[in-house]
Each structure stands twice: as C-alpha cells, then as structure tokens.
Design a protein around this ligand. Sequence first.
Ligand SMILES: *Cc1c(COP(=O)(O)O)cnc(C)c1O
Length: 477
Amino acid sequence: MTDPIDDRDEAAAALERVFRAAGPYLDGLPDRPVRDAKAEDLLLGHLGGPLPETGDGTLASVEELLRIATEAATGTSGPRFFHLVVGGATPAAMAGDWITSLVDQAAGLHVASPLAARAETTVLAWLKDLFGIPASYGGVLTPSATLAHVTGLACARTWWAGQHGVDVAADGLSGLPAMPVLTSGLVHPSTRKALQILGCGRDTLRTFSRDDTGRLDLRALADALAVLDGAPAVVVGNLGDVYSGDSDPLDALADLVERHNAWLHVDGAFGLFAALSPRTAHFARGVERAHSVTADGHKWLNVPYESGFSFVRDREFLARAFGGWGVSYLPEADGAEVDYNTLGPESSRRARALPIWATLRAYGRDGYRAMVERHLDAAAHLGRLLDASDDFELLAPVRLSIVCFRYRPPGVPDDRLDDFNTRLGEAVLRDGRFFVGTAAYRGAKVLRCALVNWRTTDADVEALLPVLREVGRQLAE
Ligand SMILES: *Cc1c(COP(=O)(O)O)cnc(C)c1O
C-alpha cells in the first residue's frame, strides 16, 4: 500500500477541489447570510470526535473540511460584515496568500528564504511610502496590531530602561520604577495587552481625556509630563478610535515628546490609512515624527489574517529588543540580507510579505486611495441617511469609515434605549444578513459600523437601515 501522504493523485485532486470551490464561495459572499446558524448547527459537530487512528486520506479529509468551511464560515470577508474592524482579502492578496502556503517559506532567517526576506524589505519600504513614514525607519511584519504594539512598545521599553542605565533585554525590569505611559481615552485595549505582556503592567497606563468621548486633554498630559521633570516616559497617540474614528493630535504630541524626554508610539491599526486620502490625511499628520508606529494589514489593507506592521524610527531598537540569538547584529540600512526574526517577537514565521506584495503590486497607491475613499464615501452616506431619519440617532461625527449610532424608534422610552439597542444588536447577529456590533460609547449602548472591506459599496450601507428597522419591529412586538 502506498503511503497516503504520498498519494500524488489525491493531492492534486484535493487542491483542484479547493480551487474549484473558491470562485462560487467568493462570488456568493455578497448574497449569503454573514452568519448561518443552521449551517453551523448542522456542520460544526463534524469538526469534533476522537483523533482518527487511521486517516481518511488527503482527498476525503480536504473535501470534508472544504464542505464544512464553505458552508459554516462567518462571512467576515464579505461586504456586509461591519462588526469589529475586519477587512476582506483582495483577489491579489488572496492569491498571494495561497502562494505563501504553496512555497511555505521559513521567513525568519535570510539564509532560509532570501525570497521572503527581500519581499519583506520591499513591502516595508512600499508601506512606509504609502503612509508617508520616512524611508529611514526600521520595520518588521507582525501577525497583528497587538503584536506590532508589543514590538513598538518593547523598543520604547528598551529606550526607557536605557535612560535609566539598564539593558532591559539582558537584565530585565527588576530594580526599575514603573514605566510611565500616558495617552488619551481613545486608547485601544490592545495597547494595555501589550504593556501587560511586556511586564510593564496594563494598569500603569494613564489616560487624559477632556470628556466622555475620550478626546485627549493635551494640557493635562503636558502637565503630567512636566511633573516627571525629564524622567523618561512613553506617550501613546491614537490614530483612529474604533468607536468614533476620532484621533489624537499627533503633531501636538510629537511636539510634546520633543520637549520632554519621551517616546511617541502611535496606534494606527486602521487609522493610518487616513494618510492615503487628502480628505483625511490631516488625521495622520505627525505620524512621521513618531518613534514607533503600529498598523494592521488584515484590516484596511485587505490582506488575509494574520498581518500587522511595526515601524520604528531608530531601527537599532528593534535589533536590541529582539536580537536574542547571541548575534550582535544591526540590520543593514539598505535592507540586504535581513534576518527578520531578530527584529520582531516571532522566531519561525510565515512569509506574510507575499500577499502584501501581490496586492500593492496589483492595485498600487491609486487603487488603495480609491478604496479608502469609497469607504469614506459609504460611511458619510450612511451618516447622512441616519441623520435624515426620524428613528435613528447618529452619535459621533463620521470622520473615517466608522459610524456610531443607535436606534430610537417611536414608543421606546429613553430609559429603555440601552436595553433595546443591546437586544437589537444581538438580534441582528442572529438574523445574519448584516453584522453590526454593539458597544458602550459615552455611557450609551450603541450600534457601530466599520466599513473597511473592499467589496462594500453604497448599496450595502443603504440596505442596512431597512434590515435594522425590520429586526427592530419584531423586537418591539
Ligand atoms: C484592531 C485594532 C487593534 C488590534 O489589532 P489586532 O490586529 O486585532 O491585534 C489595535 N488598535 C486599534 C485601533 C484597532 O482597531
């Protein structure tokens, strides 16, 4: 009997099946429910069971997984998934991702894959160019924005400990005071998570807000820096709040950190893409002065999970924070022969540069600017529809592609609106035609849409309100 792993006919047939299923799956995304509870009930059970003693063989296994996955997957990559901040995958990015699996590179060390290393160097340069970040910045691809925070804030921590005369990579944090980290109320929980991972403590973060929107109280933050009296500190600037699309004034923060002895880290997970359109570029102004910058690829770049980037002004900090391999190593400024696993938290890693390369090569700056502007338009359009209606209430100005609102149908008293919108949010997810999440914003339960999927059009946002009304009516009955 031949080894089932080595059955070439089955291997070819399995890949063929995946290829043939791809077109119908992708074409069906706009019309199928975002989430199909019936398909889940029917199929997810098939993922359980004991470890097979004897396998089913390549083709049977792949066919089974393909059937379950294409029917029971959440349509996160479709045009009507407005929950969280979730992009899709452009055609070129998806094909690039398939190629990544096909060639299965060990993308940590240059010697193991000059291909992956060169692609990473190239896409980092392209991304810096796209966002207006100086070419001299160092960078590394990460699995997510959270890990990009870990990367940037580890560099900040290395700098900060160095100011105290400590090599934190070698000797750790013991004996050091708590690292002061200051930000606005727009800060995303992933920043706290990164501080938690780094041993800096998530609750050491201090927020300075003018009001319950979370907007920065610049004077209060400046006063807190002044009190530190030159002791090193880290300031986090938030570019694109997930509830309102609001941002901190990065230029003002960059001025502040220059005057005080501080490091500016910017969270631009999706907001960094504001730099692509002249209509929103002012939000990102100042990011080119930050010491470290975080962004996601799997959001507004529309490449598959897992894709994030970290840019660091002084590339030496990346090597000092992550070069734990007994190599005293500084990356070459020209990007030749870089071992990217000495510049970020991962050791072994996939060649996640390839889908980024494919999509940037395919659509270029113009294509991405057009996509971002389409989303800005769609969000503004939704904002106008909400404003013009009697039964919806827009709760934050539409700045980027985030729309924050609630349903306020006649007959529901004010003190029941939170409960009503909570139940509406749950019912919408159950309904499955759209995915819109609920959130707590300024003390109210709100519905919130993030429009960052390349497939999303004005027609999708126009179809949203009638569905919310229909689902809401059923709740009221
Ligand atoms: C999504 C998001 C993050 C975290 O990104 P992950 O890729 O999920 O780790 C951080 N900050 C902001 C503003 C985000 O929108």
